[in-house]
Design a protein around this ligand. Sequence first.
Ligand SMILES: NC(=O)c1ccc[n+]([C@@H]2O[C@H](COP(=O)([O-])OP(=O)(O)OC[C@H]3O[C@@H](n4cnc5c(N)ncnc54)[C@H](O)[C@@H]3O)[C@@H](O)[C@H]2O)c1
Ligand SMILES: [Zn+2]
Length: 370
Amino acid sequence: MAALRSFRFSPGPGLSTAVVVGEGALGHLARELPRIAPGKWFVVSSQPVFFLHGERFLREAAAAELDPTPVLVPDGERAKTWQVLGHVLAELIARGLRRDGGIVALGGGTVGDVGGLAAALALRGVPVVQVPTTLLAASDSALGGKTAVDLPAGKNMVGTLHHPRLVVVDPALLRTLPDRDFRSGLTEVVKSAMLDAAFLRRMPALLSPLKERRHPAVAEAVFRSLRMKGRVVASDPEERKGLRFALNFGHTVGHALEQASGHRLSHGEAVAWGLLAALVLSERRGGLDPLLSERLFGWVVSLSEPPSLSRMRIAAWPEFLKADKKGDRRGLRAVVLTGPGKTATIRCEAEEAGEAFREARRRYNTARDG
Ligand SMILES: NC(=O)c1ccc[n+]([C@@H]2O[C@H](COP(=O)([O-])OP(=O)(O)OC[C@H]3O[C@@H](n4cnc5c(N)ncnc54)[C@H](O)[C@@H]3O)[C@@H](O)[C@H]2O)c1
Ligand SMILES: [Zn+2]
């Protein structure tokens, strides 16, 4: 068994999150869950994820004589509703959740978000353990404590911060992910690398094994992504100092494209385009070395394989950009890269972001046709 990598950080006063990554990490649960909460455990998951990996999870739990009760939610974004949240809470209570119990969220980012929110609310809060099964969740959303459901008015409109006590990533669970989801997750990985100079230096060696989905490389990239995020979250747990805002690199344009495409672009695909635009903007406004920018551009194209936008109806995207909730009356706020692992937050007009995106499209087309 490859070595497990782990670290621990404090996401706020009196709080602690442990992270364990690697082949066989699931085995860690048996030891840790009873330490976190001695009472009854629940596992919130979705039907397809539980079908694929639930049995294995329950087997690991049984090793500690735990018998977690499954509570299943609809698949994908349909899990993140007020109604589903209410249903989950009712199930948890009806089936015997007590204050000495806990909740494992086993699934992608959607399961993590609704499971985390249920854990924050049930009995005024019980511990949550995140066991992500998508690369996006494993490298990004499982850590940081953000939980949410959607409202008709928009995504993630209701939620709270509830930090997981433990995040366990076993790359074996990611083996069943469709390629498209895996590539989407790689977008968050490459974003994380840009925000961490040491990770960035490792990337050349990780590029082809990541593309080939080799476990040791996936585990290392996930670990480095989470450690980078852990450091940022620890430095600004409640997003008050603006440090955590750097994690939005590529997401300003990315979110607008995701919405304008009516979600035909996945989050990772849209953010891949957002990263390409952000690199152009970083050269213009952050003084990013054009040679470094060009290399990073190539990595995003190679790992995320952002789809060509020629047949995508995204004309309305500047409208979504202007409505960006990270902006205010004084205009958009965007993150630019100023050097390896270094960022700055700038104000920019939607028009300027739009022009950076058009330049990114030109470069993408030239690279592809050339
Ligand atoms: N809390 C945060 O900090 C944060 C950060 C980023 C994104 N998010 C949220 O995360 C969500 C997106 O997460 P996601 O991309 O993981 O989507 P997801 O949870 O919908 O999962 C995507 C699909 O993959 C399937 N799946 C999951 N694991 C699988 C596996 N191992 N094998 C095969 N199929 C599997 C699921 O059934 C689903 O259909 C969004 O709702 C977004 O708002 C939250
Ligand atoms: Zn993202």
